[in-house]
Ligand binder design. Structure first.
Ligand code: SF4
Length: 408
């Protein structure tokens, strides 16, 4: 079931060719979130969520400013009550005063009226199909087909005022399904499963489509990367079967903090990006919101989904290395990491280094005690340079090949 939908690797036509890594991205509709677009051929967007109380305008603004400073492209905040809705004009006014033009997303649970009311003040609303029209009673019962249809009718009636306001205020919608908060209706028929998560979203999508609302984005989050990976893949299969091409928001929810949170997010989000799935991502960490942004960028860069910096390849070093590879790599990174898209290899020895530096544009390779060879692609262009001059010579080589720009 966990098949890959959009494989990136294409087999070579002849044995001497290397496999081509093609970023075949799933084709989606484009959805506008204010001035930013998601999906289609737009860059994969990075977003985060405030941890502040939405009624505390000052705290929200400080957090928004920190996210803006690290280039978070879309900012979500929770809207649990009408007072939070009422705070939004003041938050927006202060953002404008500070020259911050990031789109805002309102996160609404349990209260359809709040979702309706908030459309006027934000660029996107996120609802959870598990609790938008349903209060969870954990009731165990068999729904007949007729009863199930009646439930869907009730959901449709609750969605209509929202659709009306979304259209009126040119607001987008995210159907944000969470594993663990599915409605009783879905739980009883499908269980707490990826299949249930997918059906939960499709029920809403069919209603929205019937009422000509297409500005929709989907998410299938779980704290278990295996569940979320399966759910997103099944969702794409389900949407394809119904000729739906909505963009995807990827995330591992409640991923935790520090190393575990980062690895879990990288596994879940990165796997799907390698399938060509995903149009916006949120790394969810139990840390200050701005810490999420470099992690998100690193996941995008590592999967070659969006390039922010130079790409570095460096070996772990071993007994064949005759220079301090760790500090040299740091030194090279400090001088060159701003060279967007340039691939630089730092390898310990000429025995294995040149062969293993893959598709690097430039290589810095140990040639013996205090001696360095420099490579352009697979060709060694400078031999036995004294180590003390080698980093400077590498920069000259990058300049000679027109790949250098001065740091901003
Ligand atoms: S490239 Fe050379 S120095 Fe680096 S780990 Fe491999 S064998 Fe060791």
């Amino acid at each position: 079931v966990l098949s890959v939908f959009y494989p990136r690797s294409v087999e070579p036509e002849t044995k001497t060719q290397k496999p081509k890594l093609l970023p075949i991205r799933r084709q989606t509709n484009t959805v506008s979130i204010g001035s930013i677009k998601i999906g289609g051929s737009e860059p994969i967007r990075i977003q985060s969520m405030l941890t502040s109380d939405s009624t505390n305008v000052d705290a929200c603004i400080e957090e928004i400013a920190r996210l803006d400073a690290v280039d978070c492209e879309i900012i979500r905040l929770t809207v649990p009550n009408q007072k939070s809705v009422d705070s939004l004009p003041a938050i927006r006014a202060e953002m404008l005063k500070r020259g911050i033009e990031r789109p805002l997303v309102a996160d609404v649970h349990f209260n359809p009226q709040l979702a309706v009311n908030v459309c006027e003040f934000v660029e996107k609303v996120r609802i959870n199909p598990g609790n938008y029209a349903d209060r969870k009673k954990f009731e165990i019962r068999e729904y007949t087909d007729a009863q199930y249809q009646e439930e869907l009718q009730r959901v449709e009636e609750k969605l209509l005022p929202l659709v009306e306001n979304l259209k009126k205020y040119s607001c987008a919608l995210r159907i944000g399904t969470n594993h663990g908060s599915l409605s009783d209706r879905v739980m009883n028929r499908f269980g707490d499963t990826p299949e249930g998560m997918v059906e939960s979203a499709l029920e809403f999508l069919r209603i929205l489509r019937r009422h000509d609302f297409e500005e929709t984005i989907l998410s299938m989050k779980s704290s278990n990367p295996l569940v979320m990976i399966k759910a997103y893949r099944l969702l794409v299969r389900g949407m394809d079967a119904e000729n739906m091409h909505y963009p995807l928001h990827l995330g591992v929810t409640e991923a935790g903090n520090e190393l575990d949170g980062r690895i879990k997010s990288a596994v879940g989000i990165g796997t799907l990006l390698c399938d060509g799935l995903g149009d916006t991502i949120r790394v969810s960490l139990t840390e200050p919101a701005e810490n999420e942004i470099p992690v998100a960028r690193s996941i995008l860069q590592s999967t070659r989904s969006r390039i922010y910096n130079a790409d570095f390849i460096s070996c772990p070093s071993c007994g064949r290395t005759f220079f301090d590879l760790e500090s040299t790599t740091e030194q090279i990174k400090a001088c060159t990491s701003h060279l967007k898209g340039v691939k630089i290899a730092v390898m310990g020895c000429v025995v294995n280094g040149p062969g293993e530096m893959a598709d690097a544009d430039f290589g810095y390779v140990g040639a013996g005690p205090d001696k360095i060879n420099l490579y352009h692609g697979q060709s060694c262009v400078e031999h036995n340079i004294p180590a003390e001059h080698a980093v400077q010579r590498l920069i000259c080589l990058i300049k000679e090949h027109g790949k250098w720009v001065d740091p901003a």
